[in-house]
Write a protein that binds this ligand. Sequence first.
Ligand SMILES: O=C[C@H](O)[C@H](O)[C@H](O)COP(=O)(O)O
Length: 226
Amino acid sequence: MQQQDLAKKAAGEKAAEYIKPGMTIGLGTGSTAYYAIMRVGALVRDGMPLRAVATSEQSELLAKEQGIPIISFSEVDKIDLDIDGADEVDEHFRLIKGGGGALLREKIVAAASSEMIVITDESKYVKHLGRFPLPVEIIPFAWELTFKRLIALDAAPVLRTRDGRTFVTDNGNYILDCHYEKIKDPAGLHQQLNDIPGVVENGLFLHYASRLIIGYADGSVKSLSR
Ligand SMILES: O=C[C@H](O)[C@H](O)[C@H](O)COP(=O)(O)O
């Protein structure tokens, strides 16, 4: 296993220690959330009663393979604990998410959760958000106009593609990856982006994370709360 994967595994498995019987869990998306989901699966197989909602089709599939009871959102009043990865996190627990294109569902789940644990390896803990391109989910209708609005705002947007085709999210939308290098005013930018017609959501998660678990290649973790 690569060193970064050891760090992700350590963080994902540590997060699962916060799960208590009877909880409703939000399952994140990505290569770090993968390890948390695997651990949740092991807890279920050991007999712990819990249920979960997933933040992407990919995570739902993995959860079902692991035997985790997935419930529909119509059955959910509140989510006790959301465990998810991030592309960047700063010391104020502000995040950039959406590298895998799951930001919209992830934000809906984070907003509905009493607690959000963010799991990362140390490379993602940054002084300033922005080196990782900020994903912005937009609707396909007239996407070129939304794209031009973002150019006018100096976001340097790039339409995300995969295998030579436009990337389409689980919600049928497109992603514009916006290049800032250093985001000086995350709250202002969040508002500015979401005010643009055609923008569905952006990858800044500013108020959701309550605990940050950073994994290291030697298998150790640092768990910080706010
Ligand atoms: O859209 C994807 C999510 O926001 C992921 O949680 C994020 O991209 C981190 O993924 P990974 O753990 O694979 O680096």
